[in-house]
Design a protein around this ligand. Structure first.
Ligand code: PLP
Length: 404
């Protein structure tokens, strides 16, 4: 029987969702436990009654009303391929980020961008593994250049968002994990020292620690990384960071041909279920990513909703404010119980429970509160997404019972 430790995030969330409580109580945790059909149906519209989901760093307030309207309007055009609509979103993102249109690539969530980067820039260093490959022309969207397969290892922090690691492994690349520093920032000098082609992945703010890597260190690091080593900076939680020590590195793309910055509509824009993300990079880097991508990988509904979201400034400011207020409430409450959190620059917190976290995660699940999976590098920490205030009150009340 597999344990929670070896579960993927989504399996873990499913497991701890509808129907799982009984299984957890009866037999320990098994990923084989299926959702009952009735529970799965309920999942389509809402969480099962009594379940609070604080496990996937989602935005509990949902998409902008303007995005909801755009999605509804898109029903009637869903018979069409999304080329023109994608162009409109690319144009808007180029304007927003002060870059040219050929410096934006849309992805099926930023998860697809991560996968593309691993595919394009990591791989075996065996001689002969980087022979150029000729590509067939696309029926729409123009020709693809021939491309050189990726070479070299993936360098990541430990802990960090793990999704990209498997993509590199699938590509036969070595994965090197560099522990975070004592202040939970990336150890950029150690990552730099290990660079040899391949890809360095920097998650800033970092998941699962919600910590940032300071802007001065990021700038110095980017100036030093050899140009044949690519750097992917994942800014999924960008909008939640308010420390003066944090900055986005998108403006640095113009002077760094090896820099790619990933963003998502899943967090502040509340569109995790729709799947839309993008990256910003120089055109040459984009040309190396494109051959790996499924044509039209982002659907028309996600594209139109994302485009509309960008017009709703309140979506960002309200989301930031609600997250900030609720995060303060939870961290203050936990602090008064004697449990400190790593200072959070995201929409989740990492709480030091001063003992093994895994049994607490399971005990919370039994009380209908789903929180983040265990992170082996920080075995005494719980990762808790900041939900709505009543959800956090439910979490706190369950937590108090468990640690009492
Ligand atoms: C750091 C980070 N990057 C990327 C993703 C993937 O996001 P999406 O594919 O929904 O854009 C997540 C999801 O939680 C994440 O935490």
């Amino acid at each position: 029987m597999k344990t929670i430790n070896s579960l993927s995030r989504r399996k873990f969330a499913q497991l701890l969702g509808a129907g799982a409580t009984y299984a957890v109580a009866q037999s320990g945790v098994s990923w084989r436990t299926p959702l009952r059909a009735a529970d799965a149906r309920r999942h389509f519209t809402s969480m099962p009654a009594g379940v609070v989901r604080l496990s996937a760093n989602e935005n509990p307030y949902g998409p902008s009303p303007i995005a909801l309207k755009a999605m509804t309007d898109a029903f009637s055009i869903s018979c069409r391929y999304p080329d023109e609509h994608a162009d409109v979103l690319i144009e808007a993102l180029a304007r927003l980020n002060g870059v040219n249109r050929n410096q934006i690539l849309l992805g099926n969530g930023s998860g697809e961008i991560l996968k593309l980067c691993a595919a394009a820039f990591t791989g075996s260093l065996e001689p002969g593994s980087n022979r150029p490959v000729e590509l067939l022309p696309r029926s729409r969207g123009g020709a693809l250049p021939s491309f050189i397969p990726g070479r070299g290892k993936m360098i990541v922090a430990d802990p960090t968002f793990e999704a990209i690691l498997n993509h590199a492994r699938v590509n036969q690349a070595e994965v090197l994990k560099v522990p975070l520093t004592s202040s939970f920032s990336h150890d950029l000098q150690k990552m730099l020292a290990a660079a040899n082609q391949g890809l360095i992945y920097i998650c800033n703010p970092n998941n699962p620690t919600a910590s940032i890597t300071p802007k001065k260190e990021m700038r110095e690091f980017l100036d030093q990384v050899p140009r044949d080593t690519m750097v992917l900076v994942d800014e999924a939680y960008h909008h939640y960071a308010d420390s003066p020590e944090y900055e986005s590195v998108i403006p640095l793309v113009k002077n760094h041909s090896n820099l790619i910055v990933a963003r998502t509509f899943s967090k502040i824009y509340g569109m995790a279920g729709l799947r839309c993300g993008y990256c910003v990079a120089q055109p040459e880097a984009m040309q190396r990513l494109r051959p790996h991508q499924t044509w039209d990988s982002v659907n028309i509904m996600a594209i139109t909703a994302a485009t509309a979201s960008l017009e709703d400034a309140d979506q960002v400011t309200n989301g930031q404010r609600l997250n900030r207020e609720t995060k303060k409430f939870v961290t203050d409450e936990l602090g008064s119980l004697g449990y400190a959190s790593i200072p959070s620059q995201a929409n989740f917190i990492m709480v030091n429970v001063k003992r093994e976290a895994r049994p607490i995660i399971a005990a919370l699940a039994l009380r209908g509160v789903q929180i983040g999976r265990p992170f082996p590098a920080l075995p005494n920490h719980l990762r808790v997404t900041i939900g709505k205030r009543p959800e956090m009150e439910t979490f706190l009340s369950a937590f108090r019972q468990i640690v009492a």
